[in-house]
Structures are given as C-alpha cells and as structure tokens.
Design a protein around this ligand. Structure first.
Ligand SMILES: NC(=O)C1=CN([C@@H]2O[C@H](COP(=O)(O)OP(=O)(O)OC[C@H]3O[C@@H](n4cnc5c(N)ncnc54)[C@H](OP(=O)(O)O)[C@@H]3O)[C@@H](O)[C@H]2O)C=CC1
Ligand SMILES: Nc1nc(=O)c2c([nH]1)NC[C@@H]1CN(c3ccc(C(=O)N[C@@H](CCC(=O)O)C(=O)O)cc3)C=[N+]21
Length: 290
C-alpha cells in the first residue's frame, strides 16, 4: 500500500486565500492593512531566506510586512528597545523574532518582551499558558499547520492514539496540547524515551519534531497511521549539493502509513500560512478591544 501524500504547499495556498479574504474584510472595516514586523538579528543565511519569505508572503496576502535586520553584535537592550517600540506602535499587529538568536542574546528575555497580544509565534508564556489551559490565545504556527494537515487527511482525532516525538515549546508541546484538545490520547516522546520504536508503533497519528534525519524508520510506523513530519534537516545529497529531509525515512514510512507529509512541501509552507493567519487574528482581536 502506498500512502497518500499530504500536499502542504497546495493546502498552504488554500489557507492564504482564506487569509486574503480576512485581510480584505479587515481593511474595509478599519481602513488599514494588518502589519507584521519580523526581526532578524545576525546574518545566518538560512534565517535570511526564511525571514525574507515571511515578509514577501505577508505582502502577497495584502498585509504590511516589514523585515528589520540587525547586526549580530547588537546589544540585548537595543533588540529589546525595538521590540518595545513595536509593542507601542498602533499599526503593528504581529511581531516575530526569528530564532535562533546569536549567542550573547538571552532568547527568553527577548521573546518575553513581545506583547502577548502581538505574539504571532505564540511563544510568550501567557499564550503558552492559555493554550495549556484550553483558553483562546495565539497558538504557534507550526502546530496549527500540523492540525490543518491532519484535517486534510480526514483524521479522526477523538480517541485516537497520538505520539509526538519532540517536546520543544515551539513544536512538540503545543502540537501535543492541540491533539489533546481534540480528545486524542497523547504521548510525548523525547531523547530519554526508552524504546522509541515501540512507542511510535502505538500511534494512529505520529508527529515527528526532532531535527534528526532518518530517526523514524518504516518499522516505527503502525500500518495505516498518519505521519506528520515536522523535521527540517539539510543533509549531503552526495552530488556536492545538499538536500532538505525530515525526521522520517520517507520512502519506508510511505509504504506503511495511510497518509504522510513530504519534506519539503509539507509542514514548512503551512507554518508560513498560519503566521499570516495569526497576524490577522491578532490584528482583529486588538482592534475589537479598542
Ligand atoms: N516545518 C517547520 O515549519 C518547522 C520545522 N522545525 C523543525 O522541526 C525540528 C524540531 O524543532 P524544535 O522543536 O525547534 O527542536 P528542538 O531541538 O528544540 O527539540 C527537539 C526535540 O527532539 C528530542 N530529541 C532529540 N533527539 C531525540 C531522539 N534521538 N529521540 C527522540 N527524541 C529526540 C529532544 O528531546 P529532549 O527534550 O530530551 O532534548 C527535543 O525534545 C527541527 O528539525 C526543526 O528544524 C521547527 C520549527 C518549524
Ligand atoms: N520565531 C520563529 N518562528 C518560526 O516559525 C521559526 C523560527 N523562528 N526559526 C526557524 C523555524 C523554522 N521555520 C520554518 C518555516 C518554514 C519552512 C519552509 O517553508 N520550508 C519549505 C522549504 C524551504 C527550503 O527549501 O529551505 C518546505 O518545507 O517546503 C521551514 C522552516 C520557522 N521557524
């Protein structure tokens, strides 16, 4: 049996079309476009590509997107000052601080400075707490993208066994919270998990968010399971070039799973689409509160 391949690129296009509609409605109502501010500190080439894509994607749906590039040696107080200026700016609805930050900058201190109302990454402890309490707030983009891909797959979540491999605050934990909210029976596995293969084989829904190529092999996958591969690993392609792969050995898993996301073209594009969605959500919530 060959798995259905869940096309995240196409689904992200659908989400963006939905966002375009809400952006138009927002503009008609409030006379301005929602604004997303992306802060990049340093000159990491991969981060430069990602952040430029985010800026471009926001402009494509009719939002105002702006990228702030600061030198790697920028003092922490200057980064904080920019965040505070954007917190206070009426036309700024979303603020994203691209990770990782250069060494010497305290990530937590900077992320915590972002106003929870403008925290379109959903990384602020207030938003993490709201999610854990099952209350409305801004939800991290990648986990939202994973849930939408599961909906595309037609997954039944209620009562299903879900295994999330990875327990980071940005992917593993929030995706587990969202699955739990949908009444799945959720297990979170991590680097100290014993017999990861056996744990994964229990899963009707398997989410891999680790950052290790080929960690999840075909025999980790229960026949008929749905596999969401969040991993982004750049590996040597053998021909002097590199290629992007997930955490799951795709060819093997696709033999056993009922549906699987590819890398690239799976979760990645969905993350960007939900960043835009979160920005309109944040913008609307702020305007309605005024
Ligand atoms: N598609 C997208 O849009 C995005 C993709 N990513 C990608 O997703 C992956 C995960 O990102 P992120 O959550 O930030 O990563 P982190 O490095 O923060 O977390 C990785 C997690 O994997 C666990 N882990 C490490 N080794 C093993 C192992 N051998 N077996 C089981 N678990 C293990 C770690 O366990 P422990 O806690 O014990 O250390 C940790 O919980 C990366 O490849 C990243 O590039 C990330 C964000 C967005
Ligand atoms: N504050 C913050 N928020 C983030 O959401 C955030 C971050 N920092 N730091 C880095 C990670 C990683 N991340 C990705 C988003 C999209 C793709 C993506 O679109 N990937 C394409 C391929 C891109 C390529 O070819 O390189 C795909 O999978 O098809 C990848 C990775 C967001 N992150």
């Amino acid at each position: 049996m060959a798995a259905r391949i869940l096309d995240g690129k196409a689904l992200a296009e659908t989400v963006r079309a939905e966002v375009r509609v809400s952006v138009d409605a927002f503009k008609a109502k409030y006379g301005r476009a929602p604004g997303l501010e992306v802060i990049l500190v340093g000159d990491d080439p991969a981060s430069q590509v990602y952040t430029r894509n985010k800026e471009k994607a926001s402009n494509e749906v009719g939002m105002r997107g702006r990228l702030h590039v600061l030198p790697a040696a920028t003092p922490e107080d200057e980064v904080l000052a920019l965040v505070q200026r954007l917190n206070a700016d009426e036309a700024t609805d979303g603020i994203l601080v691209q990770l990782p930050l250069p060494k010497g900058l305290r990530e937590q201190r900077i992320l915590d400075a972002v106003s929870p109302a403008k925290d379109v990454d959903g990384f602020h402890p207030i938003n993490a707490g709201l999610l854990a309490s099952g209350r409305p707030g801004l939800v991290p983009c990648t986990p939202r993208g994973c849930m939408r891909l599961l909906a595309l797959a037609g997954a039944t979540l209620k009562g299903a066994r879900a295994v999330v491999v990875g327990r980071s605050n940005i992917v593993g934990k929030p995706v587990a919270q969202l699955l739990l909210a949908e009444h799945a029976t959720v297990t979170i596995a991590h680097s100290r998990t014993e017999d990861l293969a056996a744990v994964c084989r229990e899963a009707d829904i398997l989410v891999a968010a680790v950052g290790k190529a080929d960690l999840i092999r075909g025999d980790f996958v229960k026949p008929g399971a749905i596999v969401i591969d969040v991993g982004m690993n750049r590996i040597d392609a053998g021909n002097g070039k590199t290629k992007l792969v997930g955490d799951v050995t795709f060819a093997e898993a696709a033999e056993v799973a009922s549906a699987i996301t590819p890398v690239p073209g799976g979760v990645g594009p969905m993350t960007i689409a939900y960043l835009l969605e979160n920005t309109v959500t944040a913008a609307t919530a702020r305007m309605e509160k005024r």
